[in-house]
Design a protein around this ligand. Structure first.
Ligand SMILES: NCC(=O)CCC(=O)O
Ligand SMILES: [Mg+2]
Length: 329
């Protein structure tokens, strides 16, 4: 058995070329999905105070960002609309409008930048007056089955606009199978489903709710549908169901606090797993940078490669363009 001094693990670390040669994991721009927030109008950029460096863009700006992403080697962008207040309602019916902000942005992107994948979020929270992801009954409970019917309509609406990946983030039971059946029924056999399979009720979503304009509207919390952060076995059950119902890939969300879940999902199922490094995680890094506590570039790359090491195929991150440019340089 070889041991010190013959075996020195520092030997392969001693030069940059050797460290590169021995890297067990690589992070490339192709691992990144960039979430973008859409605003109404033309020529609009609205900075989001709680997400420094991130803005909402009108559709022309979204198209311009998508070209930057493509040029930096990013394969896919994720879209989230900031629906004007007068179009938000208790039932979120704007989600079914074929000319809503999301569908118009998707059509513009597929027209102008067809080389990049478009992932669309399925959930009602950007469209409801109460900020919940589904329909709420008189007792304030988010009702599963009628919500799922709405989500099927929302998914078909997005697919008709050209969405490449449907990403249900609502955590209703059964919706993946229903969406898959509906897509097959319309002959949209190559539209992917990336299920937010293990989405936890998290304190890290605050800046996102500012970005889509739901923070002030939200009554209560989302704990009756999103997962309890105490649970891991339940995440495996969620993933198993979504795969059986026809998901092509699954997501774990948030990111860094749930690396153990990513590793367990990958180990158990050997399917494509994605992580969402969420708004609060991004904002913490930016706050640390602003406070002089950390340097942005190494911290961003270190957190992103952690997801690859844990088994992810890719990561949704607000740092995607910045990271892709660092990696491409
Ligand atoms: N359905 C998408 C999200 O909830 C994103 C959360 C975040 O970035 O905080
Ligand atoms: Mg589920």
């Amino acid at each position: 058995m070889s041991h010190y001094p013959a075996l020195r693990l520092r030997r392969t670390r001693s030069t940059p070329w050797s460290r590169r040669l021995h890297a067990e994991t690589v992070l490339t721009p192709a691992d990144l999905i960039w979430p973008l927030f859409i605003a109404e109008g033309q020529g609009i950029e609205e900075p989001i105070a709680t997400l420094p460096g991130v803005s909402r863009w009108s559709i022309d700006g979204i198209v311009a960002r998508a070209k930057e992403a493509r040029d930096a080697g990013i394969p896919c962008i994720a879209l989230f609309p900031n629906t004007p207040p007068h179009l938000r309602s208790d039932d979120g019916r704007e989600a079914l409008n074929p000319d809503n902000l999301m569908c118009r942005a998707t059509r513009a992107l597929k027209d102008a930048v067809p080389e990049i994948g478009v992932l669309t979020d399925v959930a009602l929270d950007p469209y409801t007056a109460h900020g919940h992801d589904g329909l709420v009954d008189a007792a304030g409970y988010v009702v599963n089955d009628t919500t799922a019917e709405m989500l099927v309509g929302q998914a078909l609406n997005q697919a008709a606009a050209g969405a490449d990946i449907i990403a249900p983030s609502d955590m209703m039971d059964g919706r993946i199978g229903q969406i898959r059946d509906a897509l097959e029924g319309e002959g949209r056999v190559n539209v992917q489903i990336m299920s937010y399979a293990a989405k936890y009720a998290s304190g890290f979503y605050g800046p996102f709710r500012d970005a889509v304009g739901s923070r002030g509207l939200l009554k209560g919390d989302k704990k009756t549908y999103q997962m309890d952060s105490a649970n891991a076995e339940e995440a495996l059950r969620e993933v198993a169901l979504d795969l059986a119902e026809g998901a092509d890939s699954v997501m774990v969300k948030p990111g860094l606090p749930y690396l153990d879940i990513i590793l367990r999902v990958k180990t158990e199922f050997q399917v494509p797993v994605f992580a969402y490094q969420v708004s609060g995680e991004y904002a913490m890094i930016e706050a640390a940078v602003a406070a002089g506590v950390a340097e942005r570039d190494p911290v961003v790359l270190e957190t992103l490669i952690a997801f690859k090491r844990a088994g992810c195929s890719g990561v949704l991150t607000y740092h995607a363009l910045h990271a892709a440019r660092l990696l491409g340089a």
